[in-house]
Design a binder for this molecule. Structure first.
Ligand SMILES: [Zn+2]
Ligand SMILES: [Zn+2]
Length: 158
């Protein structure tokens, strides 16, 4: 009997571990894709869908989960993380809340769909003046065609 219990507990533990590794995630509110959170994605705080790259307005300040807005945040362009003068930082996504207009910048995860990032980059070239002015006010540099080579290098390693 004891053996059986031990075995049972071991199986339960294994199952729990598997669930932790495979089933942790969230349903994307934009494209309905199940976004898995695991050790391979390369960022501890997954906040956007790796397929359509939409995010959700959950934070007031980074990581606090205190926002009452909870609306979808559209990826509107790319920027570089600011790492001091002359240094070109890591590629980041710019998200804009579709309801309240909050802007945030977010790290790209290793399993984010690179082709979609390119689509966002290309579409962002047509971003209207009003949005561009808002980004400038927030000191966010919107990547343009002059940054294309660096974008491809960071995404595809060439
Ligand atoms: Zn999605
Ligand atoms: Zn919002």
């Amino acid at each position: 009997m004891k053996n059986y219990d031990e075995n049972y507990n071991f199986e339960k533990k294994k199952e729990k571990q598997w669930k932790k590794e495979h089933n942790e995630g969230f349903r994307c509110s934009h494209c309905k894709w199940w976004v898995v959170i695991n050790a391979f994605m390369g960022t501890a705080n997954r906040n956007h869908c790796n397929l359509c790259l939409w995010s959700k307005h959950v934070d007031e300040k980074k990581g606090d989960r205190k926002s009452l807005c909870q609306s979808g945040m559209k990826p509107i362009g790319l920027t570089f993380k600011q790492e001091g003068h002359g240094k070109q930082g890591e590629l980041m996504l710019i998200h804009l809340c579709s309801i309240c207009g909050k802007i945030s910048i977010n790290r790209i995860a290793s399993d984010d769909f690179a082709e979609e990032i390119i689509v966002i980059f290309e579409e962002s070239q047509a971003l209207d003046e009003r949005r561009r002015t808002e980004l400038i006010k927030e000191s966010i540099y919107l990547l343009g065609m002059g940054d294309k080579e660096e974008v491809f290098t960071q995404l595809f390693g060439r």
